[in-house]
Design a protein around this ligand. Structure first.
Ligand SMILES: Nc1ncnc2c1ncn2[C@@H]1O[C@H](COP(=O)(O)OP(=O)(O)OP(=O)(O)O)[C@@H](O)[C@H]1O
Ligand SMILES: [Mg+2]
Length: 252
C-alpha cells in the first residue's frame, strides 16, 4: 500500500517570478521557490544577485514584473493596501540598511512593531530588555539609534524585526557588520524564533552562518537561481519535496 505523504503548510510560494527595474535591469528571472512554514532558508549570491529584490517582493515593497508571489496563502497582487498593512504586522523585516529612527532611543525603535499590534507597555518593556540582553546590548537601551556603531544598529534592527514574534522573518545581511561572537548571538536568536515556529529567510554573503547548516541554501546569480541545496529539514519531518506543487526551477 502506498504511504500517504502529509502535505507541508506553505509560507512562501514564488511562481515563475521576474523583476525588471526601469529602464532594463533584470534583477530576478523566472524564480520559483516554495518555503514551508517553520523552515529556515539561506539566500546567497554575490552583490547584485537579486537577494534584496526577492525579499522586497515578499513583503510587497516591490511588485513582480511577471509571476506570482504568495505569502501565507495570499496572492500579494490581490491584497488591498489595508490587508497589506495587516500582513506586514506578521512579517519581521531586518533591512540591509537598518532603517532605524536615528532620533529615537534603542528601546523606542524596538517598541514600534509591538505598539502597532497593541501590546501592553509592560510586555513591550520586558520583551525589549530580553532581546537586548540576548544580543549583548543591554547597556544601550536608552541610547539614540543615531549614536550607535553599525554593528549595534544592525542588532537593534534584528531585535525590532523579531520583537513582535512574527510568523515570517526576512533578514537581509543580518550579520554583515558583526564579529563572529556577535554573529553567534544573532543566529541563536533566529534559531530560538524558528523553534517557536517562525519561518525565516536570511539573505547573506556570510558563509560562516550557513556553511555547516542543515537548512536549505538557494544561490542566486544575476537574478537567476543557480543552486539549491535541499534541506535535511523536509526529510526529517517526513515531507517528500517531490510532492510540492511548484518544484523549484534551477538554472537559466
Ligand atoms: N530600485 C532599483 N532600481 C533599479 N535597479 C535596482 C533597484 N534595486 C536594485 N536594483 C538592481 O537590481 C539588481 C539586484 O539588486 P539587489 O539589491 O536585489 O541585489 P543583492 O543581491 O541584494 O546585492 P547586495 O548583496 O549588494 O545587497 C542589481 O543589479 C541592482 O543594481
Ligand atoms: Mg542586498
Amino acid at each position: 500500500m502506498q504511504q500517504r505523504i502529509k502535505k507541508p503548510k506553505v509560507m512562501i510560494d514564488l511562481i515563475k517570478v521576474s523583476k525588471m527595474y526601469p529602464p532594463k535591469v533584470e534583477a530576478l528571472a523566472d524564480i520559483s521557490i516554495t518555503v514551508n512554514k517553520g523552515e529556515i532558508l539561506f539566500l546567497t549570491g554575490m552583490s547584485g544577485a537579486g537577494k534584496t529584490s526577492l525579499l522586497r517582493l515578499l513583503c510587497r515593497r516591490e511588485k513582480p514584473t511577471k509571476g506570482f508571489v504568495e505569502v501565507a496563502g495570499e496572492d500579494l497582487s490581490k491584497l488591498s493596501s489595508r490587508k497589506i498593512q495587516k500582513m506586514r504586522q506578521n512579517i519581521g523585516i531586518a533591512h540591509q540598511d537598518f532603517k532605524l529612527l536615528p532620533n529615537r532611543t534603542v528601546a523606542q525603535n524596538i517598541a514600534i512593531s509591538m505598539e502597532v499590534s497593541y501590546k501592553t507597555p509592560v510586555h513591550i518593556r520586558r520583551r525589549t530588555k530580553k532581546l537586548l540582553s540576548q544580543l549583548g546590548l543591554s547597556n544601550k537601551i536608552n541610547t539614540l539609534a543615531g549614536e550607535l556603531s553599525r554593528g549595534e544598529q544592525q542588532r537593534v534592527t534584528i531585535a525590532r524585526a523579531v520583537a513582535n514574534e512574527p510568523e515570517l522573518i526576512l533578514a537581509d545581511e543580518p550579520t554583515g557588520n558583526l564579529d563572529s561572537e556577535t554573529t553567534g548571538l544573532v543566529m541563536d536568536l533566529f534559531n530560538e524564533c524558528n523553534q517557536k515556529g517562525a519561518t525565516i529567510v536570511i539573505a547573506t554573503h556570510d558563509e560562516s552562518i550557513y556553511k555547516n547548516t542543515s537548512h536549505r541554501i538557494i544561490e542566486l546569480s544575476q537574478g537567476y537561481m543557480v543552486k539549491s541545496d535541499d534541506a535535511v529539514w523536509p526529510i526529517l519531518s517526513g515531507i517528500d519535496p517531490s510532492q510540492e506543487e511548484h518544484p523549484e526551477s534551477i538554472g537559466h
